[in-house]
Design a protein around this ligand. Structure first.
Ligand SMILES: [Fe+2]
Length: 250
């Protein structure tokens, strides 16, 4: 239940919250005989769904010492069971909506798995004993990555946003496909090592840690660099990740 800063959620909260999503948006409206374990969980484990009610303040999530971790795992098992029941015999008239919400609930949980990992790493990093998230990993063998190359892209109009013709999943904030003028840029032809990244920063590079991955803009003496950032929702700034894409203006 440790919360190391306001932007971090306790691991216990993540586990409860991703379960709560299925309860609030699928089981309560569509399971004909669903009984919640505790009505108070709806308030504790809502995040930002203001249309669903007033969420519990995020910076205080670490104060929720009750329900306990065991209670949260019981809550999760309860929801798993109810979801299995519902999906084994779904009300046919609501099936399209149930499937739509189910498809949203799964990437939502996937997104929280990324957050969970980052938050655990941040929590462990506060501990002067330097506990490792895993200590069974061996460093990969050193290999010659070869000279860094660059792919060049000319300036021009690009399409940005999810292409609904693909019929694959996207969050609503990825929709609204539109055209956008993009300046000419170059992007590295392979992931960079941490050493290459540090050398780049020492040489006066600038970085944007974006919502999905880190991109580096190169500033030249002639012209200021430009950042082109993109990425998936779910990651947040302030967390260092171990790979980066490099991007520089031309
Ligand atoms: Fe969430």
């Amino acid at each position: 239940m440790v919360q190391s800063m306001p932007d971090v959620s306790p691991p216990k909260w993540h586990i409860a919250h991703v379960s709560w999503f299925f309860e609030a948006f699928i089981l309560k409206p569509f399971h004909p005989s669903y009984q919640t374990l505790d009505p108070a969980y709806d308030y504790l484990f809502n995040s930002y769904y203001e249309t669903h009610g007033t969420p519990f303040p995020r910076p205080d999530r670490g104060m929720i010492s009750r329900p306990t971790v065991d209670d949260v795992y019981r809550y999760r098992a309860h929801i798993d069971r109810a979801m299995a029941e519902l999906l084994s015999d779904p009300p046919q008239e609501h099936l399209p909506e149930i499937l739509r919400r189910l498809e949203l609930g799964l990437p939502h949980e996937q997104q929280h798995q990324e957050l969970l990992f980052m938050d655990i790493k941040h929590i462990l990093a506060q501990n002067p004993l330097c506990p490792a998230y895993r200590n069974d990993l061996t460093p990969p063998p050193a290999r010659d990555m070869g000279e860094l190359g660059w792919h060049a892209y000319p300036a021009g109009v690009r399409h940005i946003g999810h292409d609904q013709a693909e019929k694959s999943f996207a969050y609503d904030n990825e929709m609204g496909r539109h055209r956008q003028f993009v300046e000419a840029f170059q992007i590295a032809d392979r992931p960079v090592t941490n050493g290459e990244f540090l050398a780049f920063m020492k040489a006066g590079g600038t970085t944007h840690l974006t919502t999905g991955y880190r991109m580096v803009g190169r500033r030249s003496r002639q012209k200021a660099g430009r950042h082109h950032s993109t990425g998936s929702s779910g990651m947040k700034s302030g967390i260092t990740i171990s790979w980066a894409a490099w991007c520089r203006s031309t």
